[in-house]
Design a protein around this ligand. Structure first.
Ligand SMILES: C[S@@+](CC[C@H](N)C(=O)[O-])C[C@H]1O[C@@H](n2cnc3c(N)ncnc32)[C@H](O)[C@@H]1O
Length: 339
């Protein structure tokens, strides 16, 4: 039977923080969907102007706006609210970097976690197997939204990858499954002699071209369209797979690394970036939670441990393995094709 002392000894605070973490997430995603950051893109505004511009009732609005201030997504100066640098870049619908649609679709999908655990099935309408991307993204607009979400994630990796690996003797890098090429941008900017090839499905070419053109790097980045399971990968000294292996099951990862080994020259390197679970499956929950996200969005994908990554690389023939943390959310594992 439950006793008074058993509840006295248990603090509800940790559970309260976890159980209500979605309050903050909902406030941010709802603000993006309503267009708060879009209305504030050009100039700061007070509560009443925001209310009118968005056609809101008014009840709760002050708390909503001040909650956004305390969550770091708005600044307030007297009665005027303005976007922060982050919300202006990622949550303002008029920018090509808008990630609100991507965050909102992930948010809705996660309501289906129990169903995914019961059935083992992803909770979106992607096809299965190698066609899952082409079946989900059929229009350039759909690719644009998806890539904006990817860039929001790889924007946290690219600058770190530029520092964590010594690019000084690399002539060419190919970013395999590189979307619209955003990951290699900080690497190219820090290494003016380096050239990049971005390899992705042919349908991604239009969003690559508009992005590379906008960044002014079109002369140093080339797009090659193809299927990384069946086509030869581009010739380059370094091949990067960022947030690619975790989309697929073990056999598909083996194929990708075999293809990488075949196309690299002797002395070439493969760079794998993924969240990667700690070998003893402890540590921060990030990689485990993103692994569950892969359950929700792919038929066979998951995160994997660093030692599983090293084993896959060894099996494919790579040598000289090294691993480096890329911030707190990702790991880089490097493999060398022996001479
Ligand atoms: C999860 S995204 C990662 C994008 C990017 N590397 C990053 O770090 O943000 C996976 C990428 O793999 C690409 N992709 C999926 N299947 C592919 C295939 N069969 N051949 C080439 N690229 C593919 C997708 O179009 C997408 O750009």
């Amino acid at each position: 039977m439950e006793t008074a002392s058993s509840t006295d000894a248990v603090s509800a605070e940790a559970l309260w923080r976890l159980g209500t973490a979605y309050f903050g997430r909902k406030v941010v995603i709802t603000a993006a969907e309503l267009g708060v950051f879009t209305v504030l893109a050009d100039s700061p505004a007070d509560e009443e102007s925001i209310r009118k511009a968005l056609g809101l009732h008014g009840r709760g609005l002050r708390d909503f706006l001040d909650a956004l201030v305390s969550l770091g997504m708005l600044d307030r100066d007297g009665t005027l609210y303005r976007n922060t640098a982050v919300s202006d870049h990622y949550l303002n619908q008029s920018r090509s970097s808008y990630a609100g649609a991507f965050l909102a679709s992930a948010d809705k999908r996660w309501d289906q976690l129990a169903e995914a655990l019961r059935t083992g099935e992803p909770q979106n309408r992607w096809g299965s197997g190698p066609k899952m991307f082409t079946e989900q993204y059929r229009t350039t607009d759909a690719w644009r939204n998806f890539n904006a979400g990817m860039d929001y994630l790889n924007g946290m990796i690219g600058p770190r990858l530029a520092e964590a690996y010594d690019w000084s003797s690399t002539v060419s890098v190919a970013d395999v499954g590189g979307g619209r090429g955003n990951l290699v941008v900080p690497i190219l900017r820090r290494n003016p002699a380096l050239r990049a090839v971005v390899f992705d499905l042919p349908a991604v070419r239009p969003v690559f071209e508009e992005h590379a053109g906008m960044l002014g790097l079109a002369d140093r980045m080339t797009f090659v369209g193809g299927d990384f399971f069946n086509d030869r990968l581009p010739a380059a000294d370094v091949l990067v797979f960022s947030h690619v292996l975790h989309d697929w099951g073990q056999e598909e990862r083996r194929t990708l690394l075999r293809n990488a080994f075949e196309s690299l020259p002797p002395g070439g390197r493969v760079l794998i970036c993924d969240p990667m679970i700690d070998d003893d499956r402890s540590g921060t929950p990030n990689a485990l939670l993103t692994s569950l996200n892969m359950l929700m969005v792919t038929p066979h994908g998951s995160e994997y441990t660093r030692s599983e990554c090293r084993s896959l690389l060894k099996e494919a023939g790579f040598d000289g393995l090294r691993q480096v943390p890329l911030g707190s959310n990702n790991t880089l594992v490097i493999g060398l094709k022996p001479r």
